[in-house]
Structures are given as C-alpha cells and as structure tokens.
Ligand binder design. Structure first.
Ligand code: PMP
Length: 401
C-alpha cells in the first residue's frame, strides 16, 4: 500500500487549463482571450527590443557570473526599483524609510510580504470583490482570515465606491487591505484620484494597512508615473506605512524570469534593518536566494537614462496597442448592434476588459465558437487583432442574442 494512494486531486487552475484546451484545439480560427500575456498584432509574445539589446550586451560581459545573489536581492536592482515605484523625489527614500526586496515576480512579492505581516501579528486581510484569484489562495495558504470589500457593481458596470468605503469602515484595525495599484485585474476599473483619497482617508482613520499589488505599471495610462499615483499619494501625502508588490512580468515582458520586488515604506528608518533581517529569514526558508538574470536586465535598463527612455517607449507602445484594440472591439460590437451597453469596454484600462458575459455565455463561446474566455467574462484585450476582431465580435453577438 503506497503512502500516497489516497491523496486528493486538486482542481485545475482555470487560466492554465483554458490555455491547455486552447492548445489542443485544432480549429484555425480559435482565439485565446484567457491568459494575461501581452501579444502583438500577430499573436506573438516577443522579447522587448530594449531587453534583447541588454541581453546581447550581457552575453559579452565576462564579469557577470552565476554566483548566488544575496537572499534579499541585487542592490543595484532594488535601489532603482524603489525610485520607479515611489518617484525620484520620494521623501520616504530621502529619509531612508523605504526598502525594496527582490522577489520571485509579483506573486513572490505578495507571498513574502504577507508572510512577514502574518508573522508580525496581522490576521485579517481584505481583497476586492472580484480580484485576481491568487490573492485568496495565497492568503488562505498562510492562514489569514479573508474578507471581501465591494468593488465592482454588476448593475452599473463600474466601481461601487460607496460599498468599498463602507466595507473598509467596518474593517477591524490592523487589517491588511490588498489594493490593485492600477489596471485592476479582472475589472480594468480603477478608482479616480478623488476616490483614492477617500480610500486613503478611510485606511488612515481605521488604522488599516494598505498593500498595493502593482502588476501592470504603465499599462493603465501608458505612463509609469501616472500609474504609480495612488501609491505615491498614500506614501507621501497621506504618510501611510505600506507595502507594494511589483511585477516586471508584463511591463518588461519578462514573464518566465520571475522578476519583481517588494517595497516596504515605514514610519521610521529604524524599522528597515529589522525588516531586512526578517525578509532574509523568510526568503532563506523558502527558496534561499532569487534568480539573477532578470534582475541584471531590469537594473541595467533602469540605471541607464537612454535604455530607460527606450523601455518607456516600449511600454507606451504596448499600452497603445491594447487601447486601440479596446476601441476596435467596442466599435465592432456596436456596429453589429449587440444588445447591452458596451461603453465599459472603452472606459476600462490595462490589459483586461470585464465584459459582463455570464458563465453560460462564456461556456458557449469556448465549446461552440473556439473563443477561450475566463468564466467571469474577463478578456485579454491584446489577444484581439485587426484580423480576428470581426469574428470575435460576431461570436460575442451570437452568444448574447
Ligand atoms: N497580481 C495581479 C493582479 C496579476 O494579474 C498578476 C499576473 N497575473 C500578478 C500579481 C503576478 O504575476 P507574476 O507572479 O507573474 O508577476
């Protein structure tokens, strides 16, 4: 009798399962609107030109070795990342109250940040309803009590700011509030600046801890600084202590390099050395030290003004393509006379559109039309191209009517 004969089977992870089904589908007109990966007009996920040129340089650099990095990461990377998130003139940086720890992409940053909070007494965490599914999974694995704050109004197809604030007001002190810094996944709907200020005020008065998840800096507005506005407002103007988990998967197109970092901003610089020792412990017990390749790439680009400028252009180009596909898809749905309002598609930002399709309509799209879509109706807008837009819109029209 084997020791593992009776282990349970876990359910598949929806987004990866969808991709497997898509890969197995032999239909030539199939489209994968599921996974959140940037694609160009030809459906390819290419290495960014600026990343390619840095990699070519790195291949010639004999000083680069495969020796271990420190557990907390590459200093040149972490220092540059802090400025990218908090801004060059950040008071928290000047006063040495901020610190960045390299992580295994955004997921890893969320994980080590939440591990730190749990081991320091935080027990309750709030996530938006809906949110990226892995938030709940990570929180649950660590042992947090998970609560939801209202976010998306299904009826109004927009942000339910009053519900959001009311739920924060009812939250116990020292709750962790997971916030999407920009380009909310899955809804593509972010608070306005006035709304962010209300959220900040409520977190302050209720003593809640803001934990920003920033997986899409640059994808919401095309501008890296604008997309960091909420974080900077919370950190500088409102003087919150906060965390930011940043991913470079999307904006550097470095998905499989697992490169990101966790930022901590604290009231006092005295916290930083203690925070670092705890992070070193957490990392040591999990994976000991992070991979270096992506860190070298990002550090090289962020620390060189010319390369930085090129990268900003690359990010803007991705944003513009997504934006124009949003408009194209909207136009097609309108031209067909598809029932319902579709303005939300063009009002939303970032990589995703939250279409409002129900799970049954999504199922029909997959099974009868070879359009692969998440069951909550979220679509990756950049999977739409000039070539497939007519057909995708037509199929949406058919499942809706
Ligand atoms: N947070 C959100 C909201 C995301 O959408 C993603 C990417 N799907 C991540 C974090 C982290 O992804 P990664 O670990 O690949 O950086």
């Amino acid at each position: 009798m084997g020791l593992f004969n009776n282990i349970p089977t876990d359910p598949p992870i929806e987004v990866f399962h969808l991709t497997e089904l898509f890969n197995q589908d032999a239909n030539p007109s199939k489209v994968n609107l599921g996974i959140g990966v940037y694609q160009d007009e030809n459906g390819r996920t290419l290495t960014l030109p600026v990343v390619r040129s840095v990699e070519q340089q790195m291949a010639q650099d004999l000083t680069l070795t495969k020796n271990y990095l420190k557990g907390t990461g590459l200093d040149a990377f972490c220092t540059a990342c802090l400025k990218l998130v908090l801004g060059e003139q950040s008071p928290a940086i000047v006063e040495n109250r901020a610190c960045s720890i390299q992580s295994l992409s955004g997921t890893g940053a969320i994980r080590i940040g939440l591990d730190f909070l749990y081991r320091n007494g935080f027990r309750t965490a709030y996530v938006s309803s809906p949110t990226w599914g892995n938030h709940d999974s990570i929180l649950q694995t660590i042992g947090f009590e998970i609560r939801k704050y209202r976010y998306w109004s299904k009826d109004k197809l927009t942000l339910d700011i009053d519900g959001f604030i009311a739920d924060l007001e009812a939250a116990p002190e020292k709750s962790v509030i997971l916030l999407h810094a920009c380009a909310h996944n899955p809804t593509g709907c972010d608070p306005s600046r006035e709304q962010w200020i209300r959220i900040s005020d409520t977190c302050k008065s209720r003593q809640l801890f803001p934990f920003f998840d920033m997986a899409y800096q640059g994808f919401s507005s095309g501008d890296l600084d604008q997309d960091a506005w909420a974080i900077r407002y919370f950190g500088h103007e409102a003087k919150h202590e906060l965390f930011v988990a940043q991913s470079f998967a999307k904006n550097f197109s470095l998905y499989n390099e697992r490169i990101g970092h966790l930022v901590g901003v604290f009231e006092s610089r005295d916290i930083i050395p203690k925070f670092r020792t705890q992070m070193a412990t957490i990392i040591r017990r999990n994976y000991s030290n992070p991979p270096a390749h992506g860190a070298y790439i990002v550090a090289t680009i962020l620390n060189n003004p010319t390369l930085y400028g090129e990268w900003k252009n690359n990010v803007r180009a991705m944003h513009e393509r997504i934006h124009s596909m949003r408009q194209l898809f909207y136009n097609k749905l309108k031209q067909l006379g598809t029932p319902g309002t579709w303005e939300h598609i063009i009002q939303q930002t970032g990589m995703f559109a939250y279409t409002g399709l129900n799970p049954r309509q999504c199922q029909v799209l997959i099974q009868q039309h070879h359009i692969y879509i998440m069951s909550d109706g979220r679509i990756n807008v950049c999977a739409i191209t000039q070539r497939n837009a007519d057909e995708v819109a037509q199929k949406f029209y058919e499942v809706i009517t």
